[in-house]
Design a protein around this ligand. Structure first.
Ligand code: TMP
Length: 215
């Protein structure tokens, strides 16, 4: 590989409420990393291509109803089924840029009545720990300005406000490298900031073991 690097890749997660620009930024980041000689691949959760992912997809598209605990565990199972692949890529020196992870899992389910943050975190304990979690911060009013929400489950501004509060609770965990970024700026400015944080994280992670999330 270039840059004389022989260590593992970094696990970089992008989180944020809907319309913050996560998917656009994930693609731009992977392209920029590859261009600068750092092996990188994109991933996203939920990964709707697996069997579990198809159950999740039908639920999100409101083609099926699932009990709330069940769907929470399916989202987590969807991450665990990809865990061996993630670990393998990281060990091969490939950095992973991931569009949503366990933080979305906890924020969305715990925004439903009767779900504690603690219960929601349990199934994801021990997953590969991100070396960097970029939180794309966007005020609900700015999000609303970016157009209508779609018709999938969870796409309403009232629900998203509670989700944002749950994310803010998760960000208090200082054992994780959270970087909160104001997403109300141009795509290019946002990209530059994300790229700079990511390059630092890749350098720091290189010769460290892969950590375990929430453990
Ligand atoms: P997407 O639009 O990024 O594909 O995400 C699909 C929806 O699933 C989004 O509303 C967030 C939600 N979600 C959960 O409820 N739990 C999870 O674990 C993940 C990854 C996403």
């Amino acid at each position: 590989r270039s840059k004389m690097s022989h260590g593992r890749g970094a696990l970089i997660v992008l989180e944020g409420v809907d319309k913050a620009g996560k998917t656009t930024q994930c693609k731009k980041l992977v392209n920029a990393l590859i261009e600068s000689g750092r092996p990188a691949e994109i991933m996203r959760f939920p990964d709707r291509t697996t069997q579990i992912g198809q159950l999740i997809n039908a639920y999100l598209e409101k083609k099926s109803n699932l009990e709330d605990h069940v769907v929470h565990l399916l989202f987590s199972a969807n991450r665990w089924e990809l865990e061996p692949l993630m670990r393998k890529k990281l060990e091969q020196g490939i950095s992973l840029v991931v569009d949503r992870y366990a933080f979305s899992g906890v924020a969305f389910t715990s925004a439903k009545p009767g779900f504690s943050l603690e219960w929601c975190m349990k199934p994801d304990v021990g997953l590969p720990k991100p070396d960097l979690v970029l939180f794309l911060q966007l005020h609900p009013l700015d999000a609303a300005q970016r157009g209508q929400y779609g018709s999938e489950r969870y796409e309403s501004s009232d629900f998203q406000k509670v989700v944002l509060q749950r994310f803010e609770q998760l960000m208090k965990d200082k054992s994780l490298n959270w970087q909160v970024i104001n997403a109300a700026k141009s795509i290019e400015d946002l990209h530059a900031e994300i790229k700079s944080h990511s390059e630092t994280a890749i350098t720091v992670a290189e010769f460290q073991p892969i950590g375990k999330l929430w453990k």
